[in-house]
Design a binder for this molecule. Structure first.
Ligand code: NAD
Length: 285
């Protein structure tokens, strides 16, 4: 199966990155969001990020213009998915919202269209069960920032077919990524391992073991991590981190995944990380 046209649902942090890389791969991209404002700011972000690639001579001005021309935005899911071979969902990490969206996608998309979720933790098998095509539902978990990060975790739900898995593995390679196939368990591999570390760093901060900078510096210099866990949490979005930990805690039934109360407080205060200008650190612009 050849994939030439994709829809990306949700034009936030991840959606704009997936659209960016898809368009540079030569795919026709329909970028869909409920918010027109979000679509405008996603296009601005994509252009700015491509400009950075032009300055670094990773991309020519002509390639940038052509790629931008391959992205069409719309607030209508029906219109956006009508003629695509693959739809990638990247809306907030809320199970009920994803279930609703997948039943809508199932109604709106052509029979052969593959429906992928960029979820960080929610069961692909449960998402697929909301559709009449569970064999064509799969997890395609890109990493943030999508244009930079090489990994795509490809998650097979219980009913995902070999044909579907192979099609998205192949597409991920075309997009210049290294796909790794994993099975459907809460948080998959990436967040099953990462989120407990981030949560523990927040407990260290709450208990006064160290200031944010101290905690991050220990992990950067001591463990050779390129970013400290608190800065990484700010990049991911603290609401997303909390949602993932809630899935791990609920689904695995183990208190070691209990979200730190300080993380809950930050989310309640709207201090969601970089996208809000403030998280464990403050950000300008
Ligand atoms: P985000 O909050 O930045 O963006 C979500 C977007 O979805 C918003 O623009 C919102 O307007 C839009 N949206 C909400 N309801 C919608 C609907 N019904 N139809 C269309 N659009 C809708 O979130 P994000 O950080 O981009 O995360 C998206 C998904 O990717 C989540 O499942 C998250 O777990 C996953 N993910 C996030 C990261 C990360 O580092 N942020 C990394 C990997 C995976």
């Amino acid at each position: 199966m050849t994939i030439d046209r994709i829809a990306v649902l949700g034009a936030g942090t991840m959606g704009n990155g997936i659209a960016h890389v898809g368009a540079l791969t030569g795919l026709e991209v329909r970028l869909i969001d409920v918010s027109e404002d979000q679509l405008r700011s996603a296009m601005r972000a994509i252009e700015k990020n491509m400009d950075r690639q032009v300055r670094k001579e990773l991309l020519s001005e002509e390639e940038k213009v052509a790629a931008l021309g391959r992205i069409r935005t719309t607030s209508s899911t029906e219109e956006g998915v009508r003629d695509v071979e693959l739809a990638v969902e990247a809306v907030p990490e809320k199970a009920e919202l994803k279930y609703e969206i997948f039943s809508a996608l199932d109604r709106a998309a052509a029979e052969g269209t593959i429906l992928a979720s960029n979820t960080s933790s929610i069961s692909i098998t449960e998402i697929a069960a909301r559709t009449g095509r569970p064999d064509r539902v799969v997890g395609m978990h890109f990493m943030n920032p999508v244009p930079v990060m090489k990994l795509v975790e490809v998650i097979r739900g219980l009913a995902t077919s070999d044909t579907t898995t192979e099609a998205v593995l192949e597409l991920a390679r075309r997009m210049g990524k290294t796909p790794v196939e994993v099975n459907d368990f809460p948080g998959f591999v990436s967040n099953r391992v990462l989120m407990p570390m981030i949560n523990e760093a927040v407990f260290c901060l709450m208990e006064g073991v160290g200031e944010a900078e101290a905690i991050d510096t220990v992990m950067k210099l001591g463990m050779n991590h390129p970013m400290g866990p608190l800065a990484l949490a700010d990049l991911i979005g603290l609401d997303t981190c909390l949602s993932i930990l809630e899935v791990l805690h609920r689904e695995l039934g183990d208190d070691r995944y209990r979200p730190c109360p300080l993380l809950r407080k930050h989310v309640a205060a709207g201090w969601l990380g970089r996208k809000a200008g403030r998280g464990f650190y403050t950000y300008d612009g």
